[in-house]
Design a protein around this ligand. Structure first.
Ligand code: FE2
Length: 276
């Protein structure tokens, strides 16, 4: 029996009557007409679902994300430019961090289609944010250009596919937060000034959009008993961290400038999904 290998890792093994899309043969001479065994690239959605159901957290590398969402350089550049149009977060300023952001909420159907909801005050569930317990916070709304950006649409669809792996919800309440955190001599550079916390949602995700002149900014995920699931520094734009917020806690260490006469910068898209 001939064996044909796809050159992409990680692997899952299956049998197909013909070559699966995107899978290049290792050697045409190794292919047989009957009962050909293929080794195919694992679906990043499957990988994420398996990880969330086991360890509780998962990182999707940027190359995998770009391929899955069909994001080329021009499309990513247009998406990242939205972070130049954020507004100051006056609540973070109270704890000494310069943070820029916007905020919006969607209802996401099972098929991944999203419906933007009327802009409203952001409230986190009780007991999930020690800095702002039960307090509403008002942020600038998402811009029309951001809401209609195809990368956002693709991201929401991907996240709903991942989330349904741990909870089979008919729809999702989705909070979308583009953030920019600045670290400098007059800014603490704290992405999570509340410290280790939960968001009171089903799935929490962080997509790194940009990172410049920064050291620090390590993302950590913990179980309820304090055991560390993972610690990783999102350093390459397009890296996506997802976590099961029902049973994990998360935090991000402050960023500091590498070159002290310029601020450190960390742009992320935080999206949370709650089954509803
Ligand atoms: Fe959080």
């Amino acid at each position: 029996m001939g064996v044909t290998l796809c050159l992409t890792k990680p692997f899952a093994i299956g049998k197909f009557p013909s070559m699966p899309d995107g899978c290049a043969p290792w050697s045409a001479s190794e292919k047989s007409e009957e009962n050909t065994a293929w080794i195919i690239a694992a679906d990043p959605v499957d990988d994420a679902r398996i990880a969330l159901a086991s360890t509780g957290a998962h990182v999707i590398p940027p190359a995998v994300l770009r391929q899955r969402l069909q994001i080329d350089h021009a499309r990513w550049t247009r998406f990242a430019a939205h972070w130049e149009d954020l507004r100051p977060d006056r609540y973070a300023a109270q704890s000494g961090t310069r943070r820029m952001r916007r905020y919006g909420r969607f209802i996401l159907a099972r098929d991944g289609s999203g419906q933007l909801q009327p802009h409203a005050t952001f409230r986190q569930p009780t007991n999930t944010n020690r800095l702002f317990p039960d307090a509403g916070r008002d942020f600038a709304p998402l811009t029309d250009a951001f809401v209609t950006d195809p990368v956002l649409d693709a991201m929401l669809s991907l996240l709903s596919q991942i989330a349904v792996g741990i909870e089979d919800a008919p729809q999702w309440n989705v909070h979308v937060h583009p953030f920019r955190v600045l670290g400098s001599t007059d800014s603490r550079g704290d992405a999570t000034p509340e410290g280790r916390h939960q968001d009171g949602v089903t799935v929490v995700s962080t997509l790194l959009v940009a990172r410049r002149n920064a050291t620090g900014g390590a993302s950590s995920v913990f179980l309820a008993d304090g055991r560390e699931v993972l610690t990783t520094t999102l350093s390459e734009p397009g890296t996506l961290l997802v976590g099961d917020d029902r049973r994990t806690w998360h935090s991000v260490s402050p960023i500091r400038p590498v070159v002290m006469d310029a601020p450190a910068l960390r742009d992320v898209l935080v999206v949370t999904l709650t089954a509803c």
